[in-house]
Write a protein that binds this ligand. Structure first.
Ligand code: MOS
Length: 733
């Protein structure tokens, strides 16, 4: 490999830091007006009156759209992989019902955002309000249902094994609801040309937004174009197409002008998904030697009344450790809130907090080092699926991480380490996430000047997709990265799966590789067919490409560059490529990334303030395409896990479901001053099975494991086991 594996700096870095990168809200169209959403201020019920005459007469107001005058939309069935399998998406402004606090109940369109906001504030809306159910811990009232698609799994008799175990841990865990809170707000600019719609819209899944909006408006898919060249962070919130996109398009059609709609920070807590609160129970049984004999993991997530959002809350427990008796159970509480959505490390991050907290607790009961406990329960195969792992480097991750972290300096007793008057704690936990691979396509164009253009309808929410895909194309074409222009961010390009689930590198990367190989093959055919070419008439098998030059196998001549071949051919060479996982391989192997996270915290014994001092994450993620991007990706995820452990919590008012801290002052997240020394390390791991690139993905695993590592460090520092996230000062006093 010449280019893959190199620490290339971001190819779009200059564009970004010079302010030239355009995000959804940066686009403007001639004659554009501005839409502002009016959000419901009750949590359940219906709208009884909207007094808007005054508002409509205010300066600059172009239109007031409510359920009374909004067109009835087609809402044709359309389910992408990202939509819940059960239920029907929220239909916006189609009737007078209010299903959750903050639901859009009106849209004001005006000639400026200020005028639209002023008029929106002047609307007088009355409701017939009922008491919503928003707290699923109150199981008296929350309706608990099985989560579809996440069947309860069981092997052996886990409950009996735990009951009979010599050593056991049986505890409950509670993780707060969180909101994604990327820097860039959701935004959509919509413009119609007849029955053709163009959307400049923040999206992690362009082709889905295209298909979704086409279905909502009853349009042919090809009539909708979605454009999104840059994303200022997303963490999953832009995987689905939320009601504001529909509203922007609806408003633009209503006023017959281009419309820009930007959600406020507050509105980002209403209708764009959230990590659901989870309640879990983990019970572990073990022999005195540390071998697990039984594992029970039960969890409840949250969903809305109209859809079933499910995530892999208990899935990791099935394969992470060796144990003959394992039972998992997943349930959903149906609440009067908007539908949750995947948030970085979805499911796994919450589930592993419970499991890895319990494992740590078990290690103290057994008086076995936490790493040694994992070693003693390391499985030979995936015992849930009864198949080998395509690769698994968990123990190597622990070894590499422990070495760098200085785990050997840790004294096992809680409260045994100090720095002056501060208590010091060291904790560790496992991270894991599936190595997915979804069907994707891409296009490569070899140009007469010897450069290449590569296109895919992908997104880049920050991991560096522009750069990593440039590297893949350069690698397989044998070009320098600066000779490749990778373009993404429009539905005009070949379709890709969602930019999520840690599968972009595997999926889009493999498609680009296939397109490059196809383009190369076409170039070779062109050269073979050319009577004046030195390779005229030679069979393909006797030719080889090295560093972008075609020559007879073993020949020492300089060979033909793409430029040489194309100069004669006249036309550029264009090739489409697609890739998906070989179903036979998928059948044969269990494919997951693994990692080990280490945390050092200090706790003030008098006032309980917790500081994270260091985080070290060691990951086995197959091939690292770009170590600079990978490190950045992982440290970012670790900061997300830090937020989960100590800061992030969306608080709902039990009376009406209002998120009371729907702003950046009260929704706490780590800032630079909080952020400790971060290190991300990668074990050398070769996985020949996952995909042709050998990459397992690392966007999601980067968040998984950090929260339990921190909670375990807090226990080590204080002797207080906190099973509720985020950990608060009062929990350790
Ligand atoms: Mo990731 S939660 O699929 O953006």
């Amino acid at each position: 490999m010449n280019v893959i594996g190199k620490p290339l700096t971001r190819v779009d870095g200059h564009t970004k830091v010079t302010g030239k990168a355009r995000y959804a809200a940066d686009f403007n169209q001639p004659g554009q007006v501005y839409a502002v959403i009016v959000s419901a201020t009750v949590g359940l019920g219906r709208v009884t009156a909207i007094e808007g005459v005054e508002a409509e007469r205010m300066p600059g107001v172009v239109a007031l759209i409510t359920h009374r005058n909004a067109p009835k939309l087609a809402y044709l069935p359309h389910k992408a992989g990202i939509d819940p399998a059960v239920g029907e998406r929220f239909h916006v402004l189609q009737d007078d019902s209010v299903r959750f606090y903050g639901q859009p109940v009106a849209v004001v369109v005006a000639d400026s955002i200020d005028n639209a906001e002023r008029a929106a504030a002047a609307l007088r809306i009355t409701y017939d309000a009922r008491q919503p159910i928003v707290d699923h811990a109150d199981q008296q009232v929350a309706r608990i249902v099985p989560g579809t698609g996440t069947a309860d799994r069981s092997r052996g008799d886990a409950d009996a094994a735990v009951a009979e175990a010599a050593i056991k841990v049986d505890e409950n865990y509670d993780i707060a609801r969180e909101n994604h809170n990327p820097m860039e707000p959701h935004a959509t600019v919509a413009t119609w040309d007849g029955d053709r719609l163009t959307l400049w819209s923040k999206s992690q899944y362009l082709v889905n937004e295209q298909a979704e909006i086409a279905a909502v408006f009853g349009l042919p898919v090809e009539n909708v174009e979605v454009i999104c060249p840059f994303i200022g962070g997303a963490f999953g919130t832009s995987l689905r197409t939320w009601p504001h996109v529909t509203l922007a398009a609806l408003a633009a059609r209503h006023v017959r002008r281009p419309v820009k709609l930007v959600l406020t920070r507050k509105q980002m807590f209403f209708t764009t998904g959230h990590r659901p609160r989870s309640l879990q129970r983990v019970a572990l049984g073990a022999n005195p030697d540390g071998k697990l004999t039984g594992v029970v993991h039960e969890g409840t997530g949250e969903t809305s009344r109209y859809e079933q959002f499910t995530e892999a809350l208990t899935a990791v427990t099935e394969y992470l450790y060796s144990c003959p008796n394992v039972r998992t159970q997943y349930r959903l509480a149906q609440l009067d809130t908007g539908t949750p959505n995947h948030m970085r490390g979805p499911g796994e991050a919450s589930g592993i907090f419970a499991l890895e907290s319990a494992m740590d607790e078990l290690s103290y009961k057994l008086r076995i080092d936490p790493i040694e406990l994992r070693r003693r329960n390391e499985p030979q195969i995936d015992e849930a699926e009864n198949k080998p792992f395509s690769s698994r480097s968990l123990i190597q991750c622990y070894e590499l991480g422990a070495e760098r972290f200085g785990w050997a300096r840790r004294t096992p007793e809680p409260r045994s380490m100090r720095d002056g008057r501060l208590l010091i704690g060291m904790g560790t936990a496992t991270a894991t996430y599936p190595a997915f691979h979804a069907p994707s396509s891409a296009r490569v164009r070899l140009l007469a000047d010897g450069t290449a253009e590569v296109e895919a309808a992908a997104s880049d929410m920050g991991p560096g997709t522009y750069t990593s895909m440039t590297q893949v194309a350069a690698e397989y074409l044998g070009l320098q990265p600066q000779q490749v222009r990778f373009k993404l961010g429009t539905t005009d390009y070949p379709p890709t799966p969602s930019h999520g689930g840690s599968w972009t590198m595997a999926s889009v990367g493999s498609a680009i590789r296939a397109a490059c190989l196809e383009a190369q093959s076409q170039a070779a055919k062109t050269a073979i067919a050319d009577q004046n070419s030195p390779v005229f008439g030679i069979s393909m098998e006797d030719l080889e490409w090295t560093e972008g030059r075609l020559r007879r196998r073993g020949d020492t001549a300089p060979g033909l560059s793409y430029q040489d071949i194309l100069a004669k051919a006249g036309n550029p060479i264009e090739a489409d490529g697609s890739a998906q996982r070989d179903p036979e391989i998928a059948e044969k192997y269990s494919m997951h990334s693994f990692g080990a996270v280490f945390a050092e915290v200090s706790v003030d014994p008098d006032v309980g303030t917790i500081r994270v001092r260091r985080l070290v994450g060691a990951y086995g993620i197959g091939r690292v395409v770009n170590p600079l991007l990978a490190r950045s990706q992982c440290t970012g995820g670790m900061i997300g896990g830090f937020g989960m452990a100590l800061m992030e919590r969306t608080v709902l008012d039990a009376r009406d479901g209002r998120p009371v801290n729907a702003h950046m002052a009260d929704y706490l997240m780590p800032v630079n001053l909080d952020t400790p020394k971060l290190e991300a390390l990668f074990v050398d791991e070769v996985d020949p099975h996952v995909n042709p690139l050998g990459v397992k993905g690392l966007g999601e695993i980067a968040l998984v494991g950090t929260a339990p590592a921190i909670a375990n460090a807090v226990f080590h520092a204080t002797g207080k086991r906190v099973r509720t996230l985020p950990i608060k000062i009062e929990d350790v006093l």
